[in-house]
Design a binder for this molecule. Structure first.
Ligand SMILES: Nc1ncnc2c1ncn2[C@@H]1O[C@H](COP(=O)(O)OP(=O)(O)OP(=O)(O)O)[C@@H](O)[C@H]1O
Ligand SMILES: [Mg+2]
Length: 364
């Protein structure tokens, strides 16, 4: 059991995340692309890859893929047709050609949203930002809920002493002064109970809905991905994040009341789109799915039928691992790297990072 920032991965776990054959690990190591450390597990010393070294690997590979693409483009003045990276015999080339190489996400600023409480917003936000940081991305998580659940999920327990978005939007604190590092590649703007009092003073501010967007714009160049967890209400603070976001991830529990509440959520988003002349990309994430329950299957079917093109392919099952990860304030990989929750979160992360949204919310 270890906090996320101290996590280590076995070569097999690393290979699964990097989508390469495990047999490539020793050669990548001798080529200097990947560093391992020795960790004592019980009576045996095992070769492990720290979170920091896993991120380094992805950053090296990302740089090499970009260099190769540039070289190919310069070679004949245009990007060559076919695969950008030639398949060669060296392990590095095989990893480049077949493995996972992080790119810039399709949507840089994202939020998890639902006016209904308890659908799993904070849990999925926390798991998503940790998973994206594992992929080598530089991530900023923003907690916009006075309950501070994202903050706690990321193992920050002294948030009552720290500045929050309240200080940024009401007292003009530069956002960079409210940012703290929580793990390699993962920063956080924490929240505490004081944030629950933001609505009245924020309502009195000029350009109130634009203040968060402007604050985020000042730090955005330092990050590959910015993700906010929001409070379960149609609040001005959530409205500010809707104005700032490129993608809204609506977390819907696969139960009838959550499905019923979706029309209200979509109406809120459409209203924001009209008021601020914006077109938002929206995704609906089915959560707390239980394949043994007929009602869960029915709600999933209805979500997919009614929100075709918006509903994610990835479905997050109800699992004890996600609850346990919340309790440990760590990632599901710490609980069970081969479990369903880890697989679900990998699939969801890939989809939220790299799949364009096909349908406009107004048409759904
Ligand atoms: N897929 C899942 N499997 C098991 N437990 C889950 C799952 N998703 C969420 N939970 C649990 O459900 C509870 C509510 O989740 P969470 O706090 O993330 O919801 P929320 O939408 O952020 O709530 P709020 O609206 O109050 O902010 C938590 O105890 C969490 O551990
Ligand atoms: Mg929450």
């Amino acid at each position: 059991m270890s906090p996320f920032r101290e996590m280590c991965f076995t070569p097999a776990e690393f290979a699964a995340i990097a989508k390469i054959d495990k047999s490539l690990v020793p050669t990548l190591e001798s080529a200097g692309v990947l560093k391992t450390v020795k960790r004592r597990m019980g009576n045996v010393e095992r070769k492990m890859i720290t979170l920091e070294e896993m991120r380094n690997y992805f950053q090296i590979m990302r740089q090499r893929a970009e260099d190769q693409a540039r070289e190919m483009a310069n070679g004949d003045g245009a990007v060559a047709a076919g695969p950008a990276i030639p398949v060669g015999s060296s392990p590095e080339k095989i990893a480049l050609a077949t493995g996972f190489i992080p790119e810039d996400p399709t949507h840089k600023i994202q939020m998890f949203y639902n006016v209904k409480g308890g659908t799993g917003k904070s849990t999925l936000t926390a798991q998503y930002v940790m998973r994206a940081a594992m992929n080598g991305l530089k991530v900023l998580a923003v907690d916009l809920d006075g309950q501070g659940h994202l903050t706690v999920n990321l193992d920050v327990l002294d948030a009552h002493e720290r500045p929050t978005v309240y200080d940024v939007l009401i007292n003009d604190l530069p956002l960079k002064d409210a940012i703290m590092n929580v793990a390699p590649g993962l920063d956080l703007v924490p929240a505490n109970l004081g944030l629950c009092n933001i609505e009245i003073p924020l309502n009195q501010k000029t350009r109130r809905e634009y203040r968060l967007k402007e604050a985020l714009a000042k730090v955005a160049s330092q990050y590959d991905l910015i993700v906010a967890d929001t409070n379960p209400a149609a609040s001005i603070l959530n409205g500010s994040m809707l104005v700032a976001s490129d993608l809204v991830n609506v977390v819907c529990a696969t139960n009838p009341l959550s499905f019923h509440g979706m029309s209200l959520v979509m109406a809120t988003i459409e209203e924001m789109e009209r008021e601020f002349s914006r077109q938002l990309d929206v995704r609906i994430i089915p959560n707390l799915y239980d394949s043994r329950e007929v009602i869960s299957q029915e709600v999933l079917g209805e979500l997919r039928a009614q929100f075709e093109g918006i509903c994610t392919k990835a479905v997050i099952n109800r699992t004890a691992d996600l609850n346990e990860a919340t309790k440990r304030r760590s990632t599901v990989w710490d609980v069970n790297p081969k479990g369903i929750a880890a697989q679900d979160m990998s699939a969801l992360t890939e989809e939220l990072l790299y799949t364009p949204v096909m349908v406009d919310v107004a048409q759904a």
